[in-house]
Design a protein around this ligand. Structure first.
Ligand code: TPP
Length: 284
């Protein structure tokens, strides 16, 4: 059982990351709220609890690597890296601006980013290459790869899944953000891939499905996955797209929707309400 204070802290960090995402999107411009918000707890756990990573470890060969294969959700990763001190907060204000450090998809020029992603389906291949190289070097670092459920329709990803299993790349933990909505509608309607857990298992992976907004469950699953020594591990996160924002939850319009002034104000109001809730529980 993980200490309650640790879990509360992770919830507080997830809220902070969501707030940064909303502020980065601002008003009048498009930004990926939905697929960022569904990852807030995962990012909080990985970057602030699990990973051997930090601003002083960016060149450390033994740092764990995280690849956001669903690179369009970069804002949540930028928020986490900024909170870790990898770059100044001023950069968040210049996100997606010409000459800004932080562009629409992760890029190697950004401190803490390990791979260029955004063209869906590639992150697992990149991660597998890293994992095999780390193993050759007897390096104990782990590779974490975060994929989307819409992204599961990319063929390259399944080639990488087969290869990772063939090479028994047990130093990979992949995540599938099972938020059930992709860019323009429900994933099941656009390109239905039922029984994802069975498919990944059939491809030779260790698979578990967990509630994806529960830091405790994420920590437990990540620790259990690291104990699997003969195959790569996949954690399917049962999540809600746009989690934390009533207007965006399960709503494809906020995959990449523009915030009006009213919607922006509503988002801040809901963040404040959650902050008050966490404060009442002892968080700050
Ligand atoms: C190869 C490729 N095809 C299409 C796109 C355009 N695209 C960006 S996000 C997206 C939907 C992704 O859905 P999902 O993986 O479920 O992401 P999430 O809902 O978690 O944000 C698409 C099709 C892309 N980035 N790359």
């Amino acid at each position: 059982m993980i200490d309650e204070a640790v879990i509360l802290k992770l919830h507080t960090i997830a809220l902070k990351l969501r707030r940064d995402v909303v502020e980065m999107i601002g008003t009048g411009a498009a930004g990926h709220l939905g697929g960022s918000a569904s990852l807030a707890e995962l990012m909080a756990v990985l970057y602030f609890h699990t990973m051997h990573f930090g601003k002083d470890k960016l060149q450390d060969p033994r740092r764990d690597r995280l690849l956001l294969s669903k690179g369009h959700a970069a804002l949540i990763q930028y928020a986490a890296l900024c909170e870790l001190g990898c770059f100044p907060r001023e950069e968040l204000k210049r996100v997606k601006k010409i000459n800004g450090l932080l562009q629409g998809h992760p890029d190697l020029s950004i401190p803490g980013i390990e791979g260029v992603t955004g063209s869906l389906g590639q992150g697992l291949s990149i991660g597998l290459g890293m994992a095999l190289a780390l193993r050759l070097d007897n390096n104990p670092a782990r590779v974490y790869v975060v994929m989307g459920d819409g992204e599961q329709s990319e063929g390259q990803l399944w080639e990488a899944a087969m290869a990772a299993s063939n090479y028994k790349a047990s130093n990979i933990t992949a995540f599938l953000d099972w938020n059930k909505v992709q860019a323009t509608g429900p994933t099941g309607e656009i390109f239905s891939i039922p029984d994802l857990d069975k498919k990944w298992r059939a491809f030779g992976w260790d698979v578990r499905i967990i509630p994806g907004h529960d830091p405790q469950k994420i920590i437990e699953a990540v620790e259990a996955a690291a104990e699997v020594k003969d195959r790569p591990a996949l954690i399917i996160l049962d999540t809600i797209k746009g989690r934390g924002f009533s207007f965006a939850e399960g709503n494809a319009a906020y995959h990449n929707g523009i915030f009006t002034e009213e919607i922006y104000a509503q988002a801040l109001k809901e963040l404040d309400a959650r902050e008050a809730e966490l404060a009442a529980m002892g968080g700050h």
